[in-house]
Design a protein around this ligand. Structure first.
Ligand code: SAM
Length: 342
């Protein structure tokens, strides 16, 4: 027996269990257990089971697992949310991740069960997970109102959480107008107009998305208006702007489609106009950034795209006349790239 075998391989054991912990989080979120616990002080498993309509024995085991995972506090009086659970896991918190968790449970989990096929075939697995083969992933998402709403809520929760970091990674105060291509619910756009009051922002997205954005808007007194325009960024005319934003858009597509989109932006961009990308940027050797590398697997199971390194983004941008490519690795979920049309 090698000497290393006398010590338990804790990292491997933790990875083997990783899916159990994820699923415990997903199920407690889906059953809105954290919502029931919010502001109610400690509750016993039987009270939560009665409120949610679940078995007492199953609920108790799930709550104990959540407490052991650090999501709940357990005392003799019962279970309560931690501060972080109140902020991120209840469905109505300002920075709630509930939308993304439900998307992970209902959409990404079934797709990841076909990771093996995705790796063997090198392509997305929507048809295996959901029995449909649409032209692209957004046709899959937008075929039903329920799936569309779930996807938009997921995008909104991450975009809202990361918006400030993206908006302030570079000083954007010199711009008067920006167009957020694929800007979805407008979460980043609203943060931009809050930080840069002289900036007007247009969100450009597919008609199915634009028709659904009202649900996600902040109340009018808290923010300057954002304009929403519907269209297809591969086919339609793009709005004029000094700054084009692509947040979590390029990672959805293969290089060929990125060339179509960047050449359209380049054609409408005047010299001096800039592009801002927000993506998880891989290190050049593709070995350090674990979250981004796992996100690239997430892209494999559901899109034609992938996560890319800073050099790969630079090469794509420079081919369309965008230079002075600056990359800010933020250490948060999204890194930011800025470049100028010369
Ligand atoms: N930018 C948002 C964010 O960071 O949360 C949303 C990112 S989401 C992964 C990609 C967005 O691109 C979706 O809102 C989708 O509807 C939009 N999109 C996809 N294809 C598009 C197209 N052909 N024209 C316009 N928007 C498109």
């Amino acid at each position: 027996m090698p000497e290393s075998a006398t010590k338990l391989p804790s990292k491997i054991l933790e990875l083997m269990d990783g899916f159990r912990a994820s699923k415990a989080l997903f199920v407690a979120s889906k059953l809105k257990m954290f919502d029931h616990l919010k502001n109610k002080g400690p509750l016993k498993a039987v009270d939560i089971a009665n409120e949610v309509g679940t078995s007492v024995c199953g609920t108790e085991r799930l709550l104990d697992a959540c407490a052991a995972l650090g999501l709940l506090e357990k005392t003799p009086q019962g279970y309560s949310n931690t501060d972080s659970t109140n902020t991120y896991l209840t469905s109505d918190g300002e920075y709630s991740l509930h939308g993304y968790i439900i998307h992970s449970n209902d959409h990404l989990w079934p797709l990841f069960t076909f990771l093996e096929s995705a790796v063997k075939e090198g392509s997305r697995q929507n048809h295996r997970a959901f029995g449909k083969k649409a032209e692209d992933l957004f046709k899959d998402y937008y075929h039903s109102q329920e799936v569309k709403q779930r996807f938009m809520a997921a995008m909104h929760s991450i975009a809202h959480l990361t918006a400030r970091g993206v908006a302030t990674a570079f000083d954007l105060s010199r711009f008067k107008s920006a167009c957020d291509l694929g800007g979805c619910t407008g979460a980043l756009a609203h943060e931009l107009v809050k930080i840069y009051p002289n900036l007007s922002v247009t969100v450009f997205d597919l008609p199915e998305v634009i028709a659904n954005t009202s649900y996600f808007q902040p109340s009018a007194e808290h923010t300057a208006p954002v304009t929403f325009v519907s269209g297809d960024f591969f086919k339609d005319n793009l709005p004029e702007a000094d700054l084009y934003i692509l947040s979590r858009v390029l990672h959805d597509w293969p290089d060929e489609k990125i060339h179509v989109l960047l050449s359209k932006i380049s054609a409408v961009c005047k010299p001096g106009c800039e592009i801002l990308l927000a993506e998880m940027v891989l290190d050049d050797e593709k070995k350090k950034r674990r979250t981004a590398l796992l996100q690239s697997l997430n892209m494999l199971v559901q899109t034609e795209g992938k996560e890319r390194s800073g050099s790969e983004y630079r090469t794509l941008l420079e081919q369309h006349g965008f230079t002075n490519v600056k990359i800010r690795v933020t250490g948060n979920l999204l890194d930011v790239i800025l470049c100028i049309k010369t």
